[in-house]
Design a protein around this ligand. Structure first.
Ligand code: MLT
Length: 443
């Protein structure tokens, strides 16, 4: 009989959020008269910004016309979106990122999960604890760890994030090759200062390591001193890959659009010790395994998520399909992507993140009034509450007494024990009701 990938047997039985969903669904089915409010998984609830909707409609109409219909697009993303990202998300912050260093994809989760496969099997990993489970699980699946003993996999350098270090881990004493970092952090909501990030870049340069920097929540940063991108740190272009997402920025969890930046200056060594371009490897992987994000979705991302005003980019197969005079996007031009100005899209997405941060502030204040300490919620949509109690017990207590779903900290790692994560992604009404119920349940 064919054999399975044994590494999967080292994993916990199910993915954290699937596990929570199962428990919550069971509770809801058993108590249909007690509606549950979900502040667990970080899934957005508010409608898409107007600019995104308008771009989405316009692009869908284009797909209904022969002259503007598009089939396969470039796997790495349309130039209009990559250029807008380079300009708005990087150049505007003084970071040097070229459009062709940006790979548009259907999710930062997938990119964070897949990136490990371009690196050696024996790469030494450093992973925070608590952590977004995807970084760890995908390396377990790939066979880069030993067995799980007492909640920790052999072969990983865990970067403890605790009250003692403000939930921002320092560089480890020993060497590592691949280091996962996430700021603003999921699950803690903690942010790293410029000095802390500079220490990580210095460590990576010294150890010839690569930082895998997840900044999916950067749009929530309000403190002007906090860097939004690892490339704000000098020297990062030689040692860092950055992951970004439109999910939490512009409400795209259901639409799916994200991007990964792989600088052309980033190298990793082959078995002979020769430097190889990581950009070339990721490009090879991406073009082999991915066929691009749907055109209307990229237009929506360009319309709302950043400054994109797309020039009509000819489809990749134009040369085969169209008469010669139409090769450069001639014929009936696609309708302008964003009927609204790009600035309006930026304003609308800012309003969306402001809204969730308003929820976060209410949550922070409420848990502090209840006597708990917490971090996050000021530059992040997550509040990490130090409950001082078993985190699954606390989860069960909130579910059964308040019908509120949070995420138990232990699900994110050993250092998450004693904590729960409360997400600010919900309507104001639901957040207010949840906080009242929590206060009553803990009274
Ligand atoms: C979370 O709740 O941690 C996130 O929604 C998970 C994700 O973005 O995949």
């Amino acid at each position: 009989m064919i054999r399975i990938n044994e590494n999967y047997q080292k994993l916990k039985a199910s993915y954290l959020f699937a596990d929570i969903a199962r428990r919550v669904n069971a509770y809801a089915a058993a108590h249909p008269d007690r509606p549950v409010i979900r502040l667990g998984i970080g899934d957005v609830t508010e409608p898409l910004p107007r600019a995104c909707i308008e771009a989405l409609h316009a692009a869908t109409d284009e797909m209904g016309q022969r002259a503007t219909f598009r089939g396969y697009g470039p796997e790495q993303g349309y130039a209009f979106l990559r250029e807008a990202i380079a300009q708005h998300d990087y150049a505007a912050r003084g970071c040097e990122v070229a459009p062709d260093e940006i790979f548009v994809s259907d999710g930062a989760k997938c990119d964070c999960a897949n990136i490990q496969e371009i690196f050696a099997q024996d790469a030494r990993l450093a992973i925070p604890d608590p952590v977004y489970p995807v970084y760890l699980d995908t390396n377990v699946m790939a066979g880069r760890t030993g067995a799980n003993v007492d909640g920790r996999y052999a072969g990983i350098t865990y970067l403890d994030s605790t009250p003692a270090n403000g939930y921002v881990p320092a560089v480890p004493p020993g060497p590592a090759d691949l280091i996962y970092l996430c700021f603003p952090n999921n699950p803690t909501g903690a942010v790293a200062t410029r000095a802390q990030l500079a220490a990580w870049v210095a460590y990576a340069r010294e150890n010839r390591a690569i930082l895998l920097y997840d900044s999916a929540y950067e749009a929530y940063i309000r403190d002007p001193q906090i860097p939004h991108s690892i490339y704000e740190i000098p020297g990062a272009r030689e040692v860092a890959i950055e992951f970004r997402s439109f999910s939490k920025t512009a409400g795209f969890t259901g639409l799916r659009c994200a991007y990964t930046v792989v600088p052309k200056t980033l190298q990793a060594s082959d078995a002979a010790g020769q430097g190889q371009s990581v950009h070339a490897l990721w490009n090879r992987r991406h073009t082999t395994k991915f066929n691009g994000v749907a055109y209307p979705i990229q237009r929506a991302a360009g319309g709302g998520g950043n400054a994109a005003r797309p020039a009509p980019t000819p489809p990749r197969n134009d040369i085969l399909k169209r008469p010669p005079q139409q090769k450069s996007g001639g014929g009936a031009p696609p309708r302008a992507a964003a009927a609204v100005s790009p600035a309006a899209g930026q304003e609308q997405t800012r309003a969306l993140t402001d809204f969730y941060l308003g929820n976060a502030k209410l949550i922070r204040e409420a848990v502090q009034r209840l006597g708990f300490t917490c971090v996050g919620g000021d530059n992040a949509p997550y509040i990490w509450v130090n409950t001082g109690r078993d985190s699954w017990e606390f989860f069960d207590l909130l579910l059964s007494r308040a019908q509120v779903v949070c995420t138990p900290g232990a699900g994110f790692g050993r250092c998450g024990e004693g904590h729960v994560r409360i997400s600010a992604f919900n309507s104001r009404e639901n957040v207010a009701a949840a906080l009242e119920r929590i206060a009553a349940a803990l009274r």
